[in-house]
Design a protein around this ligand. Structure first.
Ligand SMILES: O=C(O)[C@H](O)COP(=O)(O)O
Ligand SMILES: [Mn+2]
Ligand SMILES: [Mn+2]
Length: 564
């Protein structure tokens, strides 16, 4: 039931449904981030199955209880080998259609060479040809394909060499979050092999210049912790971090010094001349060109702003800002036009359900804690940061605690729930009741990424407690509760079996639950479309919610799952 490759971009205004009427209270769509449905034969590493979840179990037993595809082509990724993630998941949920996503668009542009035919690539290369400075590449070094893919980097390096760029420097963010926890040496070796080959064959000077863990430097999101970006800036731009002879030596040393550290949290390093004691090999200077090669926007926006914003920049004290030509792999935020220059056009996602509801005069609330705040706002609305109609669409962020995730697996779930209930009641009292609410619980995903099984079980249980409160509130106000997730994570905490078993920190390929509780139905919820619904995906949720709100499913959207 997923849509074809080129979904409709312009959608007609909402029309009332012939029979269905909106409930008295709001339709509340819950995204349990990272809570998928694990495989029956891998229950011992499935934190969702191991958790005590009376409410989720009850919801999944309702007539509507089913599963949805949340990975691969069902969410616009290049292949069904690709995990889902929050960007593509929330895009599909909010837009009701499957768009080819960054990973697929960039893969195509690199393979066809259209990336190098564009004027931005020319501009970057012309810049360093004129200045004699280096071409810098900066981004997440792995094949996770969520924020980036190493193949795109390697292809661009080859192309730069073939076009006569003499000097290139690579600033690597080590992953361990979308790929195994300690896998970065594999990618570093692949990168070094390509650099060595180009240096030997094309007579160029290409090197890794700096690096550090993606959760410690550069890739902050939603302005949760600017200090991360500041550390990254110092490392990549100024060459100020602990010095090593090579990236491999840095990683081996840092692993040996802390047996618990994984690639997500590797301290920052720079590669320095003279066996690691001389000058850093790749600070970014006036005249350089810089490519940030991540295609996904959330964790790319802040470093982009640090490069592009003028005097008004308030993220941190940058010191002297080098005058460079900067481009992103994609434009990370179309509204804010960030960055100004980019190599591949992002998917054009218009007419999200948020936009259609705003145009129909409906009142919406989007709420989450900081870690996932942009997910229910920016990603849900097709990578757009501002509400469509501020008087109708309210965004609420509950500040996340930024340290000790596995020590606080409950995170801010209770506070997010408190606030949702308060907002629903206050809006009703004010005579302006909410029509549609979307809420994200970060727990299953954020704790799942730590790889710690015990805390992840508690994280899922914390979400379940909140679901119980939402069920009660739904009954009280006469609303409808739609519960789903954006992709799996907590549902598989290990890879492999026996001696080969290792901790899995990344997302999964598993489907996610969908359940609808409608207290107006004597059985507790509607019946969904027949056997085909097993093939349904996240994109079907938008039409389903719109029908529950009393609108006909929009033409061009993936169909509603409610049985006629
Ligand atoms: O950015 C991250 O935290 C991970 O790479 C992906 O997680 P998310 O897609 O759930 O945000
Ligand atoms: Mn997610
Ligand atoms: Mn995640």
């Amino acid at each position: 039931m997923a849509m074809s490759d080129s979904p409709a971009t312009s959608i007609a205004p909402l029309r009332p449904h012939a029979e269905r009427k909106a409930p008295d209270g709001p339709v509340v769509c819950v995204v349990m981030d990272g809570v998928g449905i694990g495989k029956p034969d891998a229950v011992d590493g499935d934190a969702v199955a191991l958790a005590r979840t009376p409410t989720l179990d009850w919801l999944r037993g309702l007539p509507s209880g089913t599963s949805l595809r949340a990975h691969g082509t069902a969410v616009g990724m290049p292949s069904d080998k690709d995990m889902g993630n929050s960007e593509v998941g929330h895009n599909a949920l909010g837009a009701g259609r499957v768009f080819d996503q960054g990973a697929a668009l960039v893969e195509r542009a690199v393979n066809s060479g259209s990336l190098y035919a564009g004027e931005v690539w020319r501009w970057l290369l012309d810049g360093v040809r004129e200045s004699g400075e280096a071409l810098h590449f900066m981004g997440l070094l792995s094949d996770g394909n969520i924020h980036s893919h190493i193949d795109h980097l390697l292809a661009m390096l080859r192309q730069a060499a073939s076009e006569g760029v003499k000097q290139a420097r690579v600033h690597v963010l080590t992953d361990g979050r979308d790929v195994p926890g300690r896998s970065t040496l594999e990618y570093i070796d692949r990168l070094e092999a390509t650099l060595a080959e180009l240096n030997a064959e094309a007579g160029v000077d290409y090197r890794i210049a700096s690096g550090g863990g993606r959760m410690l430097i550069t890739m902050d999101r939603y302005e949760a912790e600017w200090a991360m970006v500041e550390r990254g800036w110092k490392t990549h731009v100024r060459g100020e971090a602990r010095k090593f002879a090579s990236a491999r030596q840095a990683v081996e040393t840092l692993y040996a010094e802390d047996e618990n550290v994984d690639d997500q949290y590797l301290p920052a390093f720079v590669v320095a001349d003279e066996g690691g004691v001389g000058d850093p090999v790749g600070p970014i200077r006036d005249g350089a060109s810089v490519v940030f090669f991540n295609f996904r926007g959330d964790r790319a926006l802040e470093i982009t702003r640090a490069f592009e914003e003028g005097e008004g920049f308030a993220g941190f004290e940058r010191g002297p800002v080098p005058k460079v030509r900067y481009a992103g792999m994609m434009q990370y935020d179309g509204d804010l036009a960030l960055p100004t220059r980019f190599l591949v056009d992002p998917p054009a996602i218009a007419s999200s359900m948020g936009e259609l509801l705003a145009a129909a005069g409906k009142r919406q609330l989007a709420i989450a804690e900081t870690h996932k705040y942009g997910h229910v706002t920016y990603f849900w609305n097709g990578n757009r940061s501002e509400p469509f109609a501020p008087e109708l669409e309210r965004y609420v962020e509950i500040p996340s605690q930024l340290v000790g995730l596995d020590e606080r697996p409950w995170m801010r779930a209770a506070e997010v729930t408190d606030r949702l209930i308060t907002e629903v009641d206050a809006a009703a009292r004010a005579g302006a009741p909410l029509d549609f609410v979307r809420i994200n619980y970060a727990n299953g995903d954020m704790i799942g990424h730590t790889g710690a099984l015990g805390p992840t079980i508690m994280a899922v249980e914390a979400v379940d407690l909140c679901l119980g409160r939402l069920v009660a509130a739904t009954r009280r106000v006469g609303g409808v509760l739609v519960v789903t997730a954006d992709h799996g994570n907590a549902d598989q905490m290990f890879d492999g079996a026996g001696d080969a078993r290792r901790v899995r920190t990344s997302h999964t390929l598993n489907p996610v639950p969908l359940a609808i509780f409608d207290p107006r139905e004597s059985t507790g919820g509607p019946v969904l479309t027949g056997p085909g619904s097993a093939e349904a995906g996240l994109a079907n949720v938008a039409s389903t919610c719109l029908e529950l709100l009393g609108f006909a499913a929009p033409e061009g959207y993936a169909p509603s799952l409610l049985r006629r």
